[in-house]
Write a protein that binds this ligand. Sequence first.
Ligand code: NAD
Length: 443
Amino acid sequence: MNEERRGTGGWESVLDNEIEIQAGKEWHNRLWDSAVHQFNEAANTLDLGESIKARIIEPRRSLTVNFPVRMDNNEIQRFVGYRVQHSLTVGPTKGGIRYAPGVSMGECAALALWMTLKCSLLGIPFGGAKGGVRCDPNRLSESEKERLTRRFAAELLPIIGPEQDIPAPDMGTGEKEMAHFMDTYSQSVGHTVPDIVTGKPIVLGGNEVRTDSTGLGVVYTVEFLMKQLETDVKDITVAIQGSGKVGLVAAKELALRGATIKALSDVTASIHNPNGLNIKAISEYLDGPNKFLRDYKEKGTEVSSRESLFEVQSDLFIPAALQGQITKEIAKSIDCSFIVEAANGPIVLGADSILSERGIIVVPDILANAGGVLVSYFEWAETQQRYPWSSEQVKIRLRDRLEKSFNEMTERSKAESISWRNGAQVVAIERLVKAAELRGVYP
Ligand code: NAD
C-alpha cells in the first residue's frame, strides 16, 4: 500500500484491506483495452506526455443506473443502464443509446472515446458520449420497450440536456425510442425540447437523412477509397455483416451504384448469392413481419450460418453489426481486399496487424461510420435554429465534410508513414490536445 495514500487517523485498518485501484480500471473491459491500445499507438506519433494523454483518454463522467420496469405480465424486472460522457472540452456530449445483452460500462466508455475522436476528426463541436441498457430488445414487447426507454430517460435527467448531452439511436434503438426519450424529457421540464435527442421522427423535428446517414456515409467513404484506387464502385463485390439501420442502407446504396452484394447477414443467418443478392426484395422482406434472414427464401440465394459470411470471397467486406467480430483467426483467412468499418471496433486487438501484413486496406470506424454523428449534429443545429435544411443540402454537407476528413486522414498517414487508423486518430488527438491546453485547468 502506497504510504502517501494511507492518509492519517483511523483509516489505516480500512485502507490496509483496500484493493489497489489503478486509474483507468473503472472502465476496464476488452473493448476499452482495444480503444486505449489504438489511442496509445496514435499518441506515440505525437510524443505526448502521460498527463495530457490521461486527460484526453479517460472519461469525464460515468453514470450507472439500476431501475425497475413493469413488464406486460405485471412482474417487475430490474435493468442496469449506463451513460458515459467522455469529453466536455469543446461542447456538449453526443452519442447513441444501445439496447443489447452485452452492454457494460467498459463498452460504453470505449464507444464514447471513439465518439470523441470521431467528432474531433470531423471538426464537430461535441465531445463523445455513449449509453445503453443491458437487455435483449428482441425479447421486449413494444410497450415494455417504451416503459424501459421512459424510465431510463428519467434516470439520466440529472446529467443530460440539449446543451449538455444529446442521445441518439444505436444498436437496438431507433426513432421510436428517441420520440419516447424526448417526450419524457420534455414532460419533466414542462415544455417541448426537440433538441434533447437526434434521430427522432421527422414530424418531431428529425432530419430526413438521419436514419440513412451512417450507411450513406459508409458508402461515400467506399467511393473515396475507390477513387484513390482508380476503381469503379460498380465493379466491386461486397459482403456485409449486419442488416440493420447501417448494414441494410449500405447494401441498398451500393446496389444502387451497381456494386454486386454477394452476401449479407444478421444475428440469425447469412444469405449468399454469387451473382448478387436482390437487395430490393430483401429490404421489402425485412420491412415486413419477417424480421430475420434465416427464413428468407429466393431462388439462387443460399441461407447458411451467420459465421459462414466470413468464408465468402468479396472485394469489400463491411462489418456493420457488433464490435470484436474480426478476430485474429478471421483476419488470417478473410478473403477480401478492403474492409470499411461501419460498426464501431469490429476488428479485435492484434487482428489489425495481420490484415495489414496481408495487404488488406482498412478504413477506420471513426471516419467510415461518422456520417451518423455528422447528420446528428446537423439535426441538432437545425432544431436549435428551428430552421430545417433540405435533404439535398444535408447530403452535400455530409459528403463534403467526410471527404475533407478522408483526405486529411490519408495525407497525414502518408506523411507519417502510419496506418489510416493511426492517421485519423493523430488528426483527432492533436485537436483535442490543443483545445484542452488552451482551456487550461480550472481553478
Ligand atoms: P441495428 O440494431 O439496427 O442492426 C444490427 C444488425 O446486426 C442486425 O441486423 C442484427 O441482427 C445484426 N447482428 C447482431 N448481432 C449479430 C451477430 N452476432 N452476428 C451477425 N449479425 C449480428 O444496429 P445499427 O444501428 O445498424 O448498428 C450497427 C453497428 O453500427 C453498431 O456497431 C453501431 O455501433 C454502429 N454505428 C451505428 C450508427 C447508427 O447511426 N445507427 C452510427 C455509428 C455506428
